[in-house]
Design a protein around this ligand. Structure first.
Ligand SMILES: Nc1ncnc2c1ncn2[C@@H]1O[C@H](COP(=O)(O)OP(=O)(O)OP(=O)(O)O)[C@@H](O)[C@H]1O
Ligand SMILES: O=P(O)(O)OC[C@H]1O[C@](O)(CO)[C@@H](O)[C@@H]1O
Ligand SMILES: [Mg+2]
Length: 331
């Protein structure tokens, strides 16, 4: 983290990695805050790919009208392998000089921040990050932009699955997103009243599931819901279903639903819009004060900053309190 007070006249903004509902509210806040402080904002399209290929254009307050309620990102997003190369970074640096950018705001997940840290250090270029990912896998913020909308999407879908599961006395395995993190699974599992939640952070997931199915198989439950995080290390959702079929096939009829990318789309919740708006303004204000090389987040309802290095360190621990609650209420 560094802090000397430079003159910031031109700021670039991009979205990168998986899109997340609320990214548009974040872009809007960065653009509007820039204009408010007499800074010219530049939109960089298609994430780091557009940074490399000069897909950059000037924005103004009107460029971001009528977007606060839209999912996705008007700037588009990308996973750019070229940005991980020397050549790619050098090309992007040429575009910084071409457009005379003084600083940049990146909206994305841990990968996006790793790229920003590397680029910022290499060229001594000021960058602030806004956590925009449905995964919520960033250290230094209670929630990432998009997570709240995503878990509400999941809960709405699982509520519907419960209706049909109950009508047929079936056991459903519902796979949710989270390549390496189980936050979506844990929150939606608790919120939807799942019987078991299998997450990458928990080793005993499958054994615990078997124990619980054994224990409750005598009880006349009309439906059972198991939420499985995509990144669960024990097995994928179909393997888990197969193992359950082998052992409990005579007692349970099983079905699998994979929710997939539906979780990434849709109108952002008010919580995500407010979070993104606060973080967008804070990012621009930080750059004006000469603070950069860090992510802006909200902890305990207050805006806080965390170095990119810290923010991107994987936190393998799931909140123990959440696990305990999930255990107690699923008996
Ligand atoms: N070590 C790195 N060096 C340079 N660039 C990187 C690095 N890691 C990631 N990036 C860049 O950041 C982009 C986004 O990263 P990634 O695909 O991991 O998504 P993310 O930002 O973590 O978001 P999400 O997990 O929500 O999809 C990558 O496609 C790549 O361009
Ligand atoms: O299909 P894509 O864009 O590669 O993204 C899938 C991944 O992105 C995330 O949704 C995060 O955005 C992960 O949970 C998931 O594994
Ligand atoms: Mg990520």
């Amino acid at each position: 983290m560094s802090s000397k007070e430079p003159k910031i006249e031109r700021i670039g903004v991009l979205t990168s990695g998986g899109d997340a509902p609320g990214m548009n509210a974040g872009i809007r806040a960065v653009v509007r805050a820039s204009v408010y402080y007499h800074i010219t904002p530049f939109g960089i399209r298609h994430g780091y790919d557009g940074f490399i290929n000069d897909d950059i254009c000037e924005m103004h307050a009107g460029s971001v009208k009528h977007i606060i309620h839209q999912g996705g990102t008007i700037l588009k997003s990308a996973r750019s392998s070229e940005f991980k190369t020397d050549e790619g970074m050098k090309k992007a640096w040429e575009n910084v000089k071409k457009h005379q950018l003084d600083a940049m705001v990146v909206i994305g997940g841990d990968g996006t921040f790793k790229g920003a840290m590397e680029f910022g250090n290499r060229f001594d270029f000021p960058i602030v990050g806004i956590p925009g990912t449905i995964d919520n896998d960033i250290f230094g913020t209670d929630f990432t932009v998009g997570f709240d909308t995503a878990v509400n999407t999941v809960v709405e879908a699982v509520d519907k699955i419960r209706d049909t599961a109950t009508s047929h006395n079936r056991l459903f395995f519902v796979e949710v997103m989270g390549r390496d993190a189980g936050f979506i699974a844990m929150y939606s599992g608790i919120g939807a009243g799942a019987e078991e939640i299998l997450i990458p952070e928990k080793d005993r997931g499958v054994e615990q599931l078997f124990e619980s199915l054994e224990r409750t198989s005598q009880r006349k439950k009309s439906s059972r819901l198991v939420i499985v995080a995509e990144g669960d290390k024990n097995a994928n959702v179909y393997d888990i279903e197969e193992k359950v079929q082998e052992r409990f096939g005579d007692r349970y009829e099983t079905k699998v639903t994979i929710l997939g990318h539906v979780q990434r789309g849709g109108r952002p919740s008010c919580t995500d819009r407010v979070l993104a708006s606060r973080l967008g303004v804070a990012a621009v204000e930080a750059l004006r004060k000469g603070n950069h090389g860090m992510m802006v987040g909200v902890r305990n309802r207050k805006v806080e900053f965390t170095d990119f290095e810290q923010a991107t360190k994987r936190n393998p621990e799931m909140d123990q309190e959440l696990m305990r609650v999930a255990n107690i209420i699923s008996i």
